[in-house]
Design a binder for this molecule. Structure first.
Ligand code: SAM
Length: 201
């Protein structure tokens, strides 16, 4: 499943740099799912929380139309520098991105309500519940939110992980995505799990 779609040199290089600096990239099938979702909804405005070294950003931009803009947030300036290098290697011009260096919980409140087609979250897992609240606010009706590492290497489903803050935070967004009537939920078992939801009209 992970190697159904071989990755090109730009993504392979970005993935290697991400692994080297500890900004673990989304897996190949997860990246393909992001590109698919962005294409499906014609996403022109996308927020990414956790730029890393650019694997997910390339995947998203390859699903967005050429005039789409990816707003990507990361607290680490050096990771964003490597992501920009990856975007260049992928042939994606700098006009395609708005790169913001800062903590997600400080940056997200500054972004405009209802202005985004898609929100992808892949930064601090214990902050996923806050990202969920922000995503609901930022998305237009019909927009899609997606969270990477939604399975946490099977810990989410393992009852012996009790009281672990990361596991509990991811369990909380499972619950919220499933129970919120404003959303249509889907858990994709790609890579480490991609939890998705469409915001209803
Ligand atoms: C798992 S990596 C992202 C990988 C990237 N999405 C990809 O697929 O290539 C997580 C990133 O979140 C960033 N990060 C950590 N804490 C953060 C925070 N409080 N706000 C924003 N970004 C943060 C890290 O610097 C790191 O680059």
């Amino acid at each position: 499943m992970e190697d159904f779609l071989p990755e090109d040199e730009a993504i392979v290089n970005a993935r290697q740099r991400g692994e080297e600096v500890g900004a673990t990239p989304i897996g190949p099938a997860g990246g393909a799912a992001l590109r698919f979702l962005a294409t499906l909804i014609g996403a022109r405005t996308v927020v990414e929380v956790g730029t890393g070294c650019g694997v997910s950003g390339i995947s998203l931009m390859r699903g967005m139309p050429p005039d789409g803009v990816l707003t990507s947030v990361d607290v680490d300036h050096e990771n964003q520098r490597l992501a920009k290098l990856a975007y260049r290697e992928a042939g994606l011009g700098s006009f395609r991105t708005r790169m913001i260096v800062g903590r997600a919980l400080e940056v997200l409140p500054r972004l405009t309500d209802g202005a985004y087609d898609m929100v992808f979250c892949d930064a601090v897992k214990t902050e996923y519940p806050e990202y969920f609240t922000a995503a609901l606010r930022l998305l237009r009706p019909g927009g899609v939110m997606a969270f990477d590492n939604a399975l946490l290497n099977r810990r989410v489903a393992d009852p012996s992980y009790r009281g672990d803050p990361t596991t509990e935070a991811v369990r909380e967004i499972h619950h919220r995505v499933r129970e919120d009537e404003r959303l249509v939920p889907l858990l994709l078992p790609v890579g480490d799990g991609l939890l998705c939801a469409v915001k209803r009209d």
